[in-house]
Design a protein around this ligand. Structure first.
Ligand code: GLN
Length: 465
């Protein structure tokens, strides 16, 4: 993996150039094309931007992310680059504006190298639902990279860019980060503008960075964060005053052993090692109660599918991309949605439509909203007693391609440890903390109260290997 902050020192000192680095990334993309991480790469533009960045370094005019090469998940708008959300539905669609995060990265000097493969419309945990084929894990190509931002995780893990953007609705940054051995941050809901992100479940979606180090992730986050008039849910960022606290003042919550039943032994082992490391740094360790964790995944899937069924109604063959011809039995819109969406997306739309339907809305959607409040209240009460919470990111390391495809519920249950941060809006970062017996990366997660993004990253950097 290649750290931008490390490279930047070399660019500054003239030891290497941004152009050399871009060429390195481009050949790394070519050499590892079998991983299927990219859907679009803009070589010429990247080379031209690298030349301009080198000139700025030489002139002493480098901006905070000058020459930082960024991969962008293909559900985030980059003006002039095709955007598919890894779906046939958006065939031929090219956005005419930048997402706010892209504007901010470009203003800071970043180079947008291209768009990465993903689960279709960000729905999945394995990157196997992409209409453009699965992405493979660079640590073992017979295994999944995680999802839905699998292409972005692989682009960082396989040294094809400095940093990558993903979106996290129920774990889609943190889970692939864990499976591929990178850092992945899901910021506090509202901290990073969603303008230009294709909505999956608007009350849960957040854009965040993948990076080789916590410091790189923090730098990119700092550039992207901040209020945006184009996103009505975006928040003014509170100052990260807790970031500089000495470790001895930090109270770390840990989960009871029963909550980790069903986790790989290697992950439980890594969890205990991390606790020892945190103790050695002087933090205090406290076992906390998370209430009934069995309700997390069902609550997430009711809320996420309900919102998705509404958000995806815009893909009707009229407004964007793909359009199918009507048939004798199907009108144009039905024919378009039948041919344009893959199986997982259809499953979500049907489930979401069901939980919102008259007669069932109180029993499912209404109940899930109450459960959401309960989960958030439980977290808030816990964060009165501790400053951060340490959890595994995933119950297992990367599973095999095809392993969970015939059982959607087993796939959904693998999101156990990630969905609660989206349900309650809190920040969470996954960091690599070693490997299992197969050499597969293990990720652990630090969560904190709303707006404690800087603190969770500071604690995460204490435990990362
Ligand atoms: N794996 C989860 C899902 O399938 C999360 C997806 C996401 O965060 N975009 O919904």
């Amino acid at each position: 993996m290649v750290s931008y902050i490390h490279d930047r020192a070399d660019f500054m000192a003239g030891r290497t150039t941004v152009q050399e680095r871009v060429d390195f990334f481009l050949s790394s993309i070519d050499d590892q094309s079998v991983l299927n991480a990219w859907l679009f790469v803009d070589r010429d533009q990247a080379r031209a931007a690298a030349l301009a960045a080198d000139e700025r370094f030489a002139a002493g005019l480098a901006r905070p992310l000058e020459g930082c090469v960024v991969a962008v998940k293909d559900n985030i708008s980059v003006k002039g680059m095709p955007m598919t959300c890894a779906s046939r539905m958006l065939d031929g669609f090219t956005p005419v504006y930048h997402a706010t995060v892209i504007e901010r990265l470009l203003d800071a000097g970043a180079i947008i190298l291209g768009k990465t493969n993903m689960d279709e419309f960000a729905m999945g945990s394995s990157n196997e639902t992409s209409a453009f084929g699965a992405v493979l894990n660079p640590h073992d190509p017979s295994r999944v990279p995680g999802g839905s931002s699998g292409g972005s995780a692989v682009a960082v893990a396989a040294s094809m860019c400095h940093v990558a953007l993903g979106s996290d609705t129920g774990g889609s940054i943190r889970q692939p980060a864990a499976f591929c051995g990178t850092v992945g941050l899901k910021p506090t809901y509202g901290t990073v503008s969603r303008y230009g992100l294709t909505a999956f479940a608007s009350s849960l979606d957040q854009i965040g960075p993948f990076a080789s180090t916590v410091d790189d992730a923090a730098l990119v986050f700092d550039v992207m964060a901040g209020q945006d008039p184009l996103d009505s849910t975006s928040l003014t960022r509170e100052q990260p005053s807790m970031a500089t606290r000495p470790p001895s003042s930090i109270r770390v919550g840990v989960i009871p052993p029963a909550t980790m039943e069903g986790c790989d032994r290697a992950i439980i082992h890594a969890y205990h090692n991390a606790i020892d490391t945190l103790r050695a740094h002087g933090t205090s360790i406290h076992e906390v109660s998370l209430g009934n964790t069995d309700v997390w995944v069902p609550t997430y899937f009711v809320l996420a599918t309900a919102e998705a069924s509404s958000n995806l109604s815009r893909f009707d063959g009229v407004r964007y991309g793909f359009r199918a011809e009507p048939t004798e039995d199907l009108d144009m819109m039905t024919a378009t949605r039948t041919a344009g969406f893959g199986a997982e997306v259809k499953r979500r739309i049907m489930l979401g439509t069901f939980v919102l339907s008259a007669g069932y809305v109180d029993a499912y959607y209404g109940k899930a909203q109450k459960a959401r409040r309960l989960i958030s209240d439980t977290y808030a009460a816990m964060f009165a007693d501790v400053d951060v919470l340490l959890m595994p990111t995933t119950p297992t390391t990367a599973f095999r391609l095809g392993e969970k495809n015939s059982d959607p519920v087993a796939m959904w249950l693998s999101d156990l440890f990630t969905v609660s941060a989206n349900i309650s809006g809190i920040p969470a970062v996954s960091v690599p903390t070693g490997k299992d017996d197969h050499g597969l990366p293990i990720g652990l997660q630090v969560q904190g109260p709303l707006h404690a993004d800087a603190l969770v990253m500071a604690v995460a950097s204490l435990i990362t290997s």
